[in-house]
Structure formats: structure tokens, C-alpha cells
Design a protein around this ligand. Structure first.
Ligand code: ADP
Length: 250
């Protein structure tokens, strides 16, 4: 889609400006300047230890940059991080559901804290349950009665309950067997098509990145070596790693 001539470029969902993150003497992220387009899925890809999770945790303010600055939704992170984080869904590897709460209570937890009335909670829960093709009786069940794939789908429902404009996913599909992972990726595609959400997906799985993302950010040893659409990266891969990523081999 091309913007009309003269129209200002849309505000990116996330912008890093020369961000550095250090632990003691070690720089984990260096000279990180990067924008993530709104309304798309961006995959942060790269070898283990490259700084992918660190990048994600800077976006929701769990970590603070050692240098540089970042903007989310067009503004620096506010002081009031709990309120800010209500606008950011977060799902991680292993669904991290509360085992002592029913699925319904897990998913609606934040909505209850926000003071949503029960009818609104129910309507949003049902819409997500249907989108994720979970059993009709799932609300009353406990997480341990569900399969791993179903639990992960519940985790996505919980992350999306408040209709956040931004969804952060840290290897959410990694610990699953290939068939379950494929099924979950298909459910993620349904979700991304149905909801107007910007997604930042951390993954080390090249097929997952290429399947789910329109924008790729390749991190190697704490630096962005290349960012762009899969087509752009395939046209001129900057490193052998990028070449292998987009073309399946150097
Ligand atoms: P990735 O997600 O790409 O595997 P991470 O962002 O988890 O990479 O980690 C990047 C580097 O930062 C790793 O070398 C890791 O050991 C280091 N690191 C992460 N968290 C901490 C911490 N709290 N203290 C010190 N080093 C850390």
C-alpha cells in the first residue's frame, strides 16, 4: 500500500534511537537505531544470545536503555509503566497461565482490574475464544486440562484481551512439537488478520519468521545487521546469516 503523495510517513509503532544496553562492562545491544512499522508483524531474528529478548524488554520498559532513547506509540516511555503496559500484550514460551485460575479468569484478569463489566468481559472472551477455535466450555476449565497448543492459544487470548495496539511475543511457539507449532502459527495468522495490532515477534526459527512477518530485523551479536521486508533482504543480504535466513542457504 502506498501513502498518498505529500502525506506524512505513518508514525512507527516503535522507534529506537542509538540505543545501547549494557550489563556491567558488556554491551548486549549496540548502536541500535530502528523503527518497527505500525500494523505489521516484525520478526526479530538472529542467533541465540544476540540480544533479541533484551530488545523486547526495552519496548515494554522491563529494561531501560543504558544510552540512547526509544519511543513507543510515538512518545518516550511514560513514568506510569503499569498503565502503559495495559496497551501492550505479552506472550512468552510456555503459556505462563496461572494454574490455580480457570481459563476464563486467566484471560479476563486484566479486564477485571480495568473494571470492565461482566457482559463486556464475556463478549471479548467469546470473540477471542472463537478466533482461537478453543472449546466452548474452555472458560470453566483449568489450564492443566488443556493440551500444550490449547494453553498457548489461551495465552494469546490473554495477551489480546484488552485489544492492545502492540503485541510482544517472545518465542511463543518454540517449545511445541512441529505439528502443534504449525497449528498455532495458523491461529496466530487468523488473529493478526482479524485484529488491528502491531506485533513484535522474537524467534530463532527462520521458517516462522518468513511465514509470519512482513518486516524482518536481523540481530547478530547485539547489532542490527539488516532490517526490511523479506524481499528486500533477499535482494541484497548483508551477511551470510541473512542470506541463509532468506534464501535457505549461503
Ligand atoms: P537472545 O534473546 O537473542 O537469545 P538475550 O537478549 O536473551 O539474547 O541476551 C543477550 C545477551 O545478554 C546474552 O549474552 C545474555 O547472556 C546477556 N544477558 C541477558 N540478561 C542479562 C542480565 N540480566 N545480566 C547479564 N547479562 C545478561
Amino acid at each position: 500500500m502506498t501513502a498518498p503523495a505529500g502525506a506524512p510517513a505513518p508514525t512507527p509503532a516503535v522507534a529506537f534511537h542509538e540505543v545501547e544496553k549494557r550489563y556491567g562492562d558488556t554491551a548486549v545491544l549496540r548502536e541500535l537505531s530502528l523503527t518497527l512499522p505500525a500494523g505489521q508483524t516484525s520478526a526479530i531474528v538472529g542467533p541465540s544470545g544476540g540480544g533479541k529478548s533484551t530488545l523486547l524488554q526495552l519496548i515494554n520498559g522491563v529494561l531501560k536503555p543504558s544510552r540512547g532513547r526509544l519511543e513507543v506509540f510515538g512518545a518516550p516511555l511514560p513514568e506510569d509503566l503499569p498503565t502503559f503496559r495495559r496497551r501492550i500484550g505479552y506472550a512468552v514460551q510456555g503459556s505462563a497461565l496461572f494454574p490455580h485460575l480457570t481459563v476464563g479468569d486467566n484471560v479476563t484478569l486484566l479486564a477485571r482490574l480495568e473494571g470492565w463489566d461482566p457482559a463486556r468481559q464475556r463478549a471479548r472472551f467469546d470473540a477471542l475464544r472463537e478466533l482461537m477455535q478453543l472449546p466452548v466450555d474452555v472458560a470453566e476449565r483449568y489450564p492443566h486440562t488443556l493440551s500444550g497448543g490449547q494453553q498457548q492459544r489461551v495465552g494469546l487470548c490473554r495477551a489480546m484481551m484488552l485489544s492492545p495496539p502492540l503485541l510482544l511475543l517472545d518465542e511463543p511457539f518454540s517449545a511445541l512439537d512441529p505439528l502443534t507449532r504449525d497449528d498455532l502459527q495458523a491461529h496466530f495468522e487468523r488473529l493478526a488478520a482479524a485484529e488491528p495490532v502491531t506485533v513484535v515477534l522474537v524467534t530463532h526459527d527462520r521458517q516462522e519468521a518468513l511465514r509470519l512477518a512482513q518486516h524482518l530485523v536481523v540481530l547478530e551479536a547485539g547489532r542490527v545487521v539488516q532490517a526490511g521486508s523479506p524481499t528486500e533482504l533477499a535482494a541484497a543480504p548483508a551477511t551470510p546469516f541473512v542470506e541463509e535466513l532468506v534464501r535457505g542457504g549461503p
